[in-house]
Design a protein around this ligand. Structure first.
Ligand SMILES: [Zn+2]
Ligand SMILES: [Zn+2]
Ligand SMILES: [Zn+2]
Ligand SMILES: [Zn+2]
Ligand SMILES: [Zn+2]
Ligand SMILES: [Zn+2]
Ligand SMILES: [Zn+2]
Length: 1700
């Protein structure tokens, strides 16, 4: 350490302190060359203040720097004492209306989903709370640091740009006022001088690259040989590597190494050694050598101490500048001016440029300091923000390239400021027009992706890890492009048009490089050897998706731009696919007299690519054109004539055929990469600019060409042309049995093709394709998602495409189509489709995956059955197409289509002769249905002058022409209606025929039409079917009823189990006492039941039989039989603690006999209630132990239970257990003969006898421990003791229990001893039974609390067998009873304790006088208690408070003693087996009287004192003399008051963001003001902890543990309940190895939690869920919960919970 340096440092300090800031400033004011003067000052003093030793002394350095260096500057600037100068400046200032608060890591930020221009516009918490947005739909996130509050920025908000605080000044602000007018000329001049010098100095020294030489004007005369070995941060090496290397290189401890590594990670650099050059060089070489093996070495420099000193001060200066400009906007303006002023070297020589351009060379700490300065200066000044934006844009290419080659995260790069600049709409527009920003960004991006194939397309094959890393960084450029495009222009200037189109050109160039990239060829024969790289191309596509959409949005906002863009896009597409390429030979196709020329091309044989962004962009623009006015008014302006429809459709069609073939299994040998690509092609993240646009492109094509031609080309590409063009080809085909696979393949291909046709005709919900708006589109998406099943909000959001603002548009329509169902205690809120929306369901909705389609079909059919409707799912009625697409519908009535339909129906009719499938038929039926719907609509909307040209009904009624003479489609449908093998499709065929007739009727509106004939047949048909139908209906009703009952039953059962989990587990056991109550209830209800004393109710003995869960054998529970045991779990507990700071200091010496009223640490026992034979359990446990030992040796796996600690899982319910409880009869039954009350001593006599006995025993104990005493002496003294009659100290009662039960009793007792005291088990320790009793007492109290808190009756379903068995211990351990009956003893002890407790209550009762005067005369109890209180008053020497009213006293005694009475009732119930009185089981009332009578107490408890006044008075007097009582009464200590209040988890705020805010202000307690990364809140005591971090690890029992684990030991004796604030996640911990996450008690408005805070919806406290967590805690079920979670999810077992 620096101890030897100390005196020298001290000396310097004194000389430094003698400096006078005022004098220096005065000298500077006189100076002719101020720069030289200041530099000399700095050259002299800076090295004297900074870097004087191996470790920095930040406080001292700051103090001296302020005094010697900054002070003079402030004096100079103000021209007077800055203490007066700055406040003056501040007063004269007209503050900016921008908030500009820079966010700390973890600070909450808010954005308004209604008003924010884009999601990057955020508010700080203070501004948010004062804004109008708090009542809007807002989004909440935690900041990653950097970035600032946009409050006051009118461009960031559509509405409400100011909060209340920042609005104050807006009225005064007239346009742009020069802030300098508020400053005097002198101040301006001086500020300018000092800013220019200091800013230049800081820039110069920070960008200085030499390691041992200073800039000439700072060089010192004498230079010492003191150097630093400086270690820099990189993102390549891990924490562990750095720590390990440092320990080796500089010989430090692990703790020091951790400290170094933490600072390096935070600040970007840290000196790890101080000394002469050689010494530092040596460390450097070790570090470099040690870290250069696999990667590039850690960066280390040996730097002269004076350079480091100047750099440290340089940083200090920048922060100082940042704080000085806070005084006045004028000062800020001057700094901006200084920063942007061009230097002597021309272009790029301003200070700001110089900093930006050396950004990647600076270390993290330096970067963030100057970034912050930029944010608080340049970005806060509207004028200079613009100028800075220009500088940023001009340097853009260079900055991005630096960033790409640098390895620091984006947030530490100056390139990250792009978000602050580009998202300002006016700046973005200016940069586009003046700096051609769009083109620059796109070109910079392209420059970094240099790998191209022969055609100039991107090539990602064989790209290295380094390239992959670079590729990831390059992607941030796409983000920049997104920022620039985020707000669409409302007005277009010619320059903007020109520059946008230039940018569009660049963009097309980019897309051109993607068109056709990653082509694939079908693998036949061999499986592919290596999965080809495909992710990079898709990543690019995915990242560009929003940009492509935004480009289209921009185009859509101006028709001129749109038409130009369309032309450009078309031209590029022609370049890509102009003309035939080699090997594409023209062929002619013909069907039904139509013929078309096309090329020979097979997807299954040639190259094909999924990436067609140019085609898709054109499709998008085409739709926009279709929507625009030009399309209607001046179609001649459109370049439609230049289009070649076959060329347009070719590539999208190939892509769709590829999907069909993959689905048909033809591409299996191409491996998973292709499957993945197809998946993403349809996925919600990509489909909008992939699959959807391909469908649009085909729709465009069909609408512009003869549909027959289209269909023939389509058949050809699907490789199905032959099947449909050659008559009876299908028959021949199916007969070739050898080609079974091929038959299957072709069937699938036909299905897929029909599906595609359905989509082409049916998908008209994009505005521009059909006559719909955006709302219709989103509604339809939601309807189809909810047709699958009811969904939670987040599920729906995930299934819908998001726009660049992360909006799906769902909120605006959801109410119209769905009902919301609130969540219960678990689960989420759900949206359910409104029934009336079901008719819009389309089975062939194009965004369904196959699985979704079949789920939706099933769900919809089930719904129809429930509504007793037929199960047909006919196509819905569709909106009309836009004019540009209108002719598309003709595809349905085209000859080729009718031929396809006819052929397939024919196959179905002759169903044995052909290969066909039901799905095929189903699709044909759907298509026919669509055609009918279409014709119906045409007829409905027909106007007089128009002729309906859609004549599908006529066409399908006509039979085929000669020579085929095939029957008409209609005829075939009628035939199929009766086909027995088509039962499922009958409803649909019936629907088609019905609709056909309706349409026909509409067409031939005259009533005497031949239609009646057809209808007649159908009528007949239906009457024939009537009987059958009726029978069917009845059967169906019966089936439904059955189903419903079954569902109800299982639902009820499930619900019941869920709600009564604990109860359910308990009822599995045959609870003897409960069943006894039930059996004898008629007897019991007649008399008063008394649990003890002379009046104790005698209960006839019952026999009890239980079944072992392991061997299924039944056995009677008897004293002498083999033991039956229950699995049990013993744990330490602080749940009831009133003093968490107290814990057992020395467990070896701790005396557990007296249970302190603060219950600071107890031992809790719980059981799942499952019964086993003791020997069965032994065998089970041994085998578990053996298995785990083998497993651990082999795999070193963790389990959810720790076998070495005696833990196991209940073999039935897997409940965590660590011991067993033997099953016993109520113990007092065994001593029945000794419960005699005749001739027994009264309380006074009994106490006397007992104290004699105790004295005797104590004496004997002492004798035993002093062995040299003769035995003779012993007997003499015994005589002196006057032993009571019949007392034999050496009496050992006979143990009634079997050996096996005895053994199990010991097992359990030892477990409580071991766990409760945390010591090694020792059966002989006399504390074993005491710990066991203690556990019994603690557990009863905790049961009583749970029942009271939940307002449940005392003898509810919670059995506590514990009592019985715990009280069995006396049988093993007790001494003689000297003729006094056990019953008497019980009664007297109980009365005595009750009285003592009453005294306790009275002494501690704080009777707040509420001034309520009593009206009635005092009752008997009141006067009695008043008398007792007076006695107490007297015995305490009047230290007790003045006498309150009797009414109050009696009230507090009653309230205070209730918990005790309840516990006692539970205790005696289980001890003596007396059933509980039915009155007590009624919930709600207090039952004071019932309890008293059950417990053999007088209702007026004070009577106990009166009856035994003789002995009691002396006892009370002695109690009152106790010194602690005195101290309490004198106010020297606190005492527990009764009734003890139940402990609760801390109060959580209603709004989650206030927790986030609280946590963001929390800094790590150990690393000096650093923000904690994982702030975690203890829900038990409210402490905030710095979790999951090296800085706050501590040693616990020889192991390093995180802050949470350490905290559990002091706060929850090993068990902890936490809230991880940043993750919004509850954490349960138990011991060092057990933990799990639990769902948080915060829900959003949709009834969902947000673990990880990913969605950002406002979160509010759900009280019920929080209560559930509290209940888990009260019930001591946290450990059990963890066990269950870990059993269910094995990955939880592997987490190092102790590091949290
Ligand atoms: Zn703010
Ligand atoms: Zn504000
Ligand atoms: Zn708003
Ligand atoms: Zn058994
Ligand atoms: Zn169990
Ligand atoms: Zn910490
Ligand atoms: Zn705590």
């Amino acid at each position: 350490m620096a101890s030897e340096l100390e005196p020298e440092v001290q000396a310097i300090d004194r000389s430094l302190l003698e400096c006078s800031a005022e004098e220096i400033a005065g000298k500077w004011l006189q100076a002719t060359d101020l720069t030289r003067e200041v530099y000399q000052h700095l050259a002299h003093y800076v090295p004297k203040i900074y870097c004087r030793g191996p470790n920095p002394f930040p406080q001292k350095e700051d103090m001296l720097a302020q005094h010697v260096l900054l002070g003079p500057m402030e004096w100079y600037l103000c021209g007077e004492d800055p203490a007066f100068g700055f406040p003056k400046l501040e007063q004269a200032n007209k503050p900016s209306h921008l908030c500009g608060r820079v966010f700390k890591v973890g600070e909450p930020t808010y954005s308004c989903r209604d008003c924010a221009v884009d999601p990057t516009c955020v508010l700080c918490m203070e501004c948010f709370l004062g804004s109008i947005h708090r009542d809007h739909r807002y989004r909440m996130t935690t900041s990653g640091g950097g970035g600032f509050c946009d409050c006051g920025d009118t461009e960031a908000w559509k509405e409400g740009p100011y909060c209340q605080k920042h609005e104050l000044n807006t009225s005064e602000i007239e346009e742009e006022e020069d802030p300098l007018v508020h400053l005097s000329e002198d101040v301006i001049a001086r500020t300018y001088n000092i800013f220019a010098i200091t800013f230049r100095y800081a820039v110069e020294i920070l960008t200085w690259e030499k390691e041992s030489e200073l800039p000439a004007d700072l060089e010192m005369v004498e230079k010492s040989d003191t150097y630093y070995c400086m270690l820099f941060n990189d993102e390549v090496h891990t924490y562990e590597q750095v720590i390990y290397t440092l320990q080796k290189a500089v010989n430090c401890t692990q703790k020091e190494a951790i400290g170094f590594a933490t600072t390096v990670d935070r600040d970007g650099r840290r000196s790890v050694r101080y000394g002469d050059f050689q010494y530092c060089e040596q460390a450097k070489s070790v570090i470099v050598r040690n870290t250069s093996r696999q990667t590039k070495p850690l960066k280390v420099q040996v730097m002269h101490s004076s350079i480091v000193a100047h750099q440290n001060f340089g940083l200090k200066l920048l922060s100082w500048l940042g704080s000085i400009i806070g005084y006045s906007d004028g000062l800020r303006r001057i700094l901006c001016q200084v920063g942007l002023q061009e230097g002597p070297d021309g272009e790029n020589s301003s200070l700001v440029d110089r900093l930006m351009l050396s950004d990647s060379k600076l270390w993290k700490g330096a970067r963030s300091v100057y970034h912050q300065l930029f944010m608080s200066s340049l970005l806060m000044d509207l004028k200079y923000k613009k100028l800075f934006a220009v500088r940023f844009a001009k340097n853009y290419e260079r900055l991005q390239s630096d960033y790409v080659t640098d390895d620091h995260d984006r947030e530490f790069s100056v390139a990250d400021l792009s978000v602050q600049i580009f998202t300002v709409p006016s700046l973005a527009r200016m940069l586009i027009t003046e700096e051609n920003l769009m083109s620059i960004i796109i070109k910079t991006f392209m420059d970094h992706l240099r790998h191209r194939d022969a055609q100039g397309r991107f090539q990602f094959e064989r790209y290295t890890a380094l390239q992959a890393f670079k590729f990831r960084r390059v992607q941030s450029l796409i983000l920049d492009l997104k920022y620039v495009l985020i707000s669409k222009p409302t007005e277009w200037s010619d320059e903007l048009r020109q520059k946008f189109l230039e940018g569009f050109d660049a963009f097309l160039e980019l897309l051109k490089c993607m068109q056709g990239m990653d082509p694939i060829t079908r693998q036949v024969g061999q499986h592919i050897e290596m999965e080809p790289e495909w992710e990079a191309a898709f990543t690019l596509q995915m990242k560009l998706t929003h940009v492509i959409s935004m480009m289209q949005d921009w185009c859509a906002s101006d028709e001129k731009v749109l038409i130009e863009a369309y032309k450009k896009c078309l031209a590029v597409l022609m370049q890509c696919h102009g003309g035939y390429t080699d090997g594409e030979q023209p062929i002619t196709l013909s069907i039904c007299g139509h013929s078309v020329e096309t090329i020979r091309y097979c997807v299954s044989q040639e190259k094909v690519s999924i990436h067609l962004p140019v085609s898709r962009l054109l499709a998008g623009l085409h739709v926009l054109l279709s929507k625009s006015e030009v399309a209607y008014k001046f179609p001649e302006l459109l370049p439609l004539s230049e289009l070649s429809p076959p060329m347009l459709i070719e590539h999208p069609l190939r892509c769709l055929v590829l999907c069909a073939q993959v689905h048909a299994g033809m591409w299996r040998r191409n491996g998973f990469s292709l499957v993945n690509q197809i998946y993403y092609y349809h996925n919600v993240k990509c489909r909008r600019e992939m699959f959807d646009k391909d469908v649009v492109m085909l729709q465009t094509g069909v609408s512009m060409m003869d549909p027959n031609h289209f269909l023939m080309i389509m058949l050809s590409r699907f490789e199905l042309y032959q099947i449909f063009s050659t008559p009876d080809y299908g028959k021949r085909f199916s007969s070739e049995i050898t080609h079974k696979d091929v038959v299957q393949q072709n069937n699938t291909l036909i299905e897929e093709m029909l599906y595609l046709i359905i989509m082409l005709v049916g998908e008209r919900f994009s505005p521009g394709v059909g006559q719909v708006n955006a709302t219709d589109e989103i509604k339809r998406e939601i309807i189809h998602q909810l047709s699958i099943k009811p969904m939670a909000h987040s599920e729906l959001v995930k299934s819908l495409p998001e726009d660049e603002n992360k909006e799906t548009g769902m909120e605006s329509v959801i109410e119209a189509v769905a009902h919301f169902k609130k969540p219960g205690l678990t689960g989420r809120g759900m949206y359910e489709l409104k029934p009336e929306c079901a008719k819009e369901f389309n089975l062939y909705f194009y965004h369904f995956s196959r699985a979704e389609q079949s789920k939706a079909e099933e769900a919809q059919r089930k719904l129809k059955r429930q509504n007793r409707e037929d199960t047909a799912l006919p196509p819905p009625v569709l909106p009309p197409f836009c004019p540009l697409f209108a002719s598309l519908v003709n595809i349905l009535q085209s000859d080729v289509m009718l031929c396809i339909m006819g052929t397939i129906l024919q196959w179905a009719v002759e169903h044995n002769g052909y290969a066909w499938s039901e799905s095929m038929l189903q699709r044909v039926l759907h298509l026919i249905g669509m055609a009918l719907q279409e014709e119906k609509q045409h007829l409905e909307n027909v106007t007089e002058e128009h002729v309906v040209t859609f004549t599908f009904t006529q066409k399908i009624s006509k039979p085929g022409e000669a020579p085929k003479n095939s029957p008409s489609i209609l005829a075939m449908l009628e035939t199929l209606q009766n086909a027995p093998y088509l039962e499922v499709h009958k409803d649909m065929i019936r629907w088609i025929l019905k609709t056909f007739n309706a349409v026909k009727k509409m067409r031939e509106s005259s009533p005497t039409s031949p239609v009646a004939e057809t209808e007649g047949t159908i009528m007949e048909e239906s009457s024939r079917d009537k009987d059958k139908a009726e029978r069917k209906r009845k059967a169906e009703i019966a089936r439904l009823r059955r189903e419903k009952i079954m569902a109800q039953m299982s639902e009820m059962q499930r619900h019941f189990i869920d709600e009564n989990k604990e109860l359910f587990q308990q009822t599995l056991e045959l609870d003897a006492s409960t069943s006894a109550v039930l059996d004898h209830s008629p007897v019991a209800s007649d008399m008063t039941l008394t649990a003890l004393g002379p009046a104790q109710t005698q209960v006839p003995e019952q026999r009890q039989f239980v079944t072992c869960i392991l061997c299924q054998e039944e056995q009677e529970v008897k004293v002498e039989s083999r033991a039956m045991v229950l699995a049990a779990f013993v744990q330490r507990s602080t749940v009831l603690s009133k003093n968490r700071s107290k814990f057992i200091q020395d467990p070896e010496k701790y005396d557990p006999l007296f249970m302190h009223p603060d219950l600071s640490c107890g031992t809790h026992t719980s059981s799942c209630g499952h019964i086993m034979h003791a020997h069965c359990w032994q065998r089970y446990f041994d085998s578990v132990q053996a298995k785990e030992q083998r497993r651990q040796q082999r795999l070193r796996l963790h389990t959810s239970y720790d076998v070495e600690n005696g833990e196991f899982l209940c073999p039935l319910c897997e409940c965590l257990s660590n011991t067993v409880i033997p099953l016993l009869l109520p113990p007092r039954n065994i001593f029945n003969n000794r419960l005699n009350f005749s001739d027994q001593p009264n309380l006074t006599q009994w106490i006397r006898t007992i104290s004699q006995q105790i004295k005797a025993l104590q004496f004997l104990r002492k004798e035993e421990s002093t062995p040299n005493n003769a035995s003779t002496k012993n007997s003499e003294n015994v005589d002196e003791l006057q032993l009571p009659e019949g007392f034999r100290p050496d009496f050992r009662p006979k143990i009634p229990y079997s050996e096996s039960i005895k053994e199990m009793l010991t097992t359990f007792g030892t477990a409580t001893y071991k766990v409760g005291l945390k010591v090694h088990p020792n059966e002989e320790d006399p504390r074993v039974p005491i710990m066991c009793w203690g556990s019994c007492a603690y557990t009863i109290q905790s049961i009583e609390r749970i029942l009271s808190d939940e307002d449940k009756p005392l003898f509810g379903p919670l059995p506590c067998r514990l009592v019985g068995l715990v009280l069995a211990f006396p049988a093993l351990q007790c001494q003689d009873f000297s003729g006094i009956s056990l019953g008497t003893g019980d009664l007297h002890i109980f009365h005595l304790v009750t009285m003592a407790h009453i005294i306790q209550i009275l002494l501690t009762s704080c009777t707040e006088e509420n001034g309520m005067d009593q009206e009635n005369p005092p009752c008997e109890e009141e006067s009695a208690v008043l008398a007792l209180y007076k006695t107490l008053h007297q015995y305490t020497g009047s230290a007790l408070k003045e006498i309150p009213s009797g009414w109050h006293l009696w009230r507090s005694v009653r309230a205070g003693i209730m918990p005790f009475l309840k516990c006692s009732a539970l205790f005696f119930h289980y001890l003596n087996g007396v059933p509980s009185p039915p009155d007590i089981q009624v919930p709600g009332t207090s039952h004071f009287e019932h309890l008293c009578s059950y417990l053999s107490l007088p209702n007026n408890l004070i009577c106990l004192f009166q009856e035994n006044s003789e002995i009691m008075n002396s006892l009370i007097e002695s109690w009152c003399r106790n010194s602690e009582v005195k101290r309490y009464l004198e106010g020297e200590r606190d005492a527990i008051r009764y009734p003890r209040e139940s402990n609760k988890l801390i109060n959580l705020p209603e709004d989650y963001s206030s927790l986030i805010n609280q946590a963001s202000n929390f800094s790590c307690p150990k690393s000096g003001g650093d923000k904690s990364r994982a702030p975690t809140l203890c829900l038990v005591c409210g402490s905030l902890l710095c979790s999951q971090s090296y800085c706050c690890q501590t040693e616990l029992e020889g192991e390093d543990v995180g802050a949470c684990t350490a905290h559990t030991y002091s706060c929850g004796s090993g068990v902890g309940i936490f809230l991880r604030v940043r993750e919004c996640q509850v954490l349960f911990l138990a011991g060092k190895t057990k933990g799990c996450f639990y769902s948080p008690p915060y829900l959003d408005d949709y009834g969902e939690t947000d673990q990880g805070l990913r969605r950002g919806n406002p979160l509010h406290l759900c009280k019920e869920r929080f209560k559930k967590i509290q209940k888990l805690w009260h019930q001591h079920s946290v450990t059990e919960e963890i066990g269950h979670a870990q059993e269910a999810n094995q990955t939880l077992v592997g987490i190092d919970w102790q590091h949290l």
